[in-house]
Every structure is written in C-alpha cells, then in structure tokens.
Design a protein. Structure first.
Length: 223
C-alpha cells in the first residue's frame, strides 16, 4: 500500500519507518524517496538492487538507519556518497553486496576510510574480479584498483551482433554451395576444359613460331 502510494506520487509526510526488504527490487524509481521527508528508518535489504545512481537521499534529513545489506550493489558513486555523508544522523549498513574492486571503486574506498556513517565497514570485501576476491575494502589502495582494458558494453554488443550476422551469412553461403555442388562441379570442369584448350592452342602457336622450318613453310604456302 505504501509502495503504491509512492509510485502514485503521493507524499507521505508523517511516515517514519519503511520496511521494503525481500521485495526483489532491481532499482528504485527516480525521486521516490523525496516524498518521505520524515523518514527515520529505511530497510531495503535482501533485494536485488544493482545501483543507487537515480536514488536521492538529499531530502531525508531525519533518516537514521539505511539498510542495504544483501543486494547486488557493485559500487557506490560519488553522488550517492556525498548525499549519504550529508545526512546528519545516518547509519548505513552495506554487508553482503558483490563489490567490484576495480578502478571505479577508488572513490568509494577513499570515502569508507574517512566516513563514520557505515556500520561494520571493516567487514566489506571484494567479490570481483577473481584476483581481488575476499580482499577487505578498507585495506585497498589505489595501486590495487585497476581496470583491464575492455571495450564499452555497447561496442561489445555490436561486435557480438556483427559476429552472429557474419556467421549466418557464412552458413547460408556454405548451404548454397552444398545445394548446388553438382552444378558447381560441372562448371569447374567446363572452366578447366576451356583453360586446357586455350593453353594447348597457345602451345601449338608457340611451337610454330619457334621452329624456322614451319615458319618458312607457312611463308611459302602464302606465296
């Protein structure tokens, strides 16, 4: 009922506690929390949240507890970090998320080392890449956080699609060749015979030009 009201755009001015755990959320609609100015407790744990990029906590000035455990968060970006740091009473819980410890994690690691709002931050560990698995985020430095040179996802998708198209074209071409193999074989024989006849004629003319007796005979016959 509360979710329906939020999605309908109705502000819930007096709501102080909102429990949305285990609802299979992948994301939260943009500015959905802006309608909850009195909220003090927000539980979003055990969902499938992959990003908080479009979620704004700016207006939740009374928020005291934010539970984000057991989601699919890979990194928190600068905008989210700044908003959380700006909430005066907030405590954030981030356990059991599959943190990706590459170059995009550098700002979050720096923030974790400086902030006091994250509870149990010494328990946060890397899930990916494989070489970083189980490394504690607080123990990482900039040299640990690198990115392998990879293509942008959109370009990867384009190359995959191009590969599929080329494979289909190749398969169709081979199928056409196989279906017309007898005609192609006959055509190849005809080409070979034509080339052989041409080469035999050329060879014969070459022999005439090379033999003086045949050349003289040809000249006398012309006279």
């Amino acid at each position: 009922m509360v979710v329906a009201a939020l999605l309908a755009g109705r502000a819930l001015q007096g709501l102080r506690r909102l429990e949305l755990a285990s609802n299979h959320f992948l994301y939260l609609p943009r500015d959905v929390l802006a309608q909850l100015p009195s909220l003090r407790y927000l539980d979003l744990s055990n969902n499938s949240l992959v990003s908080l990029t479009y979620v704004s906590f700016r207006n939740l000035t009374h928020l005291e507890s934010l539970h984000l455990e057991d989601n699919a968060l890979k990194v928190l970006h600068n905008g989210t970090l700044a908003e959380l740091q700006g909430l005066p009473h907030i405590r954030v819980f981030l356990d059991n998320n599959p943190w990706v410890c590459d170059c995009h994690m550098a700002d979050m690691v720096t923030w974790l080392k400086e902030t006091e709002v994250v509870q149990g931050k010494d328990r946060l560990t890397c899930a990916y890449p494989e070489k970083m698995r189980n490394r504690v985020l607080l123990e990482l430095n900039s040299a640990d956080l690198d990115c392998d040179p990879i293509l942008p996802p959109s370009l990867q998708t384009s190359y995959v699609f191009l590969g599929i198209v080329l494979a289909l074209i190749g398969a169709i071409f081979l199928l056409v060749l196989y279906s017309n193999r007898k005609g192609i074989k006959k055509w190849m024989h005809n080409i070979r015979d034509a080339c052989r006849d041409h080469m035999e004629g050329y060879h014969y003319r070459y022999e005439i030009n090379a033999d003086p007796r045949l050349t003289n005979l040809s000249s006398n016959s012309d006279v």
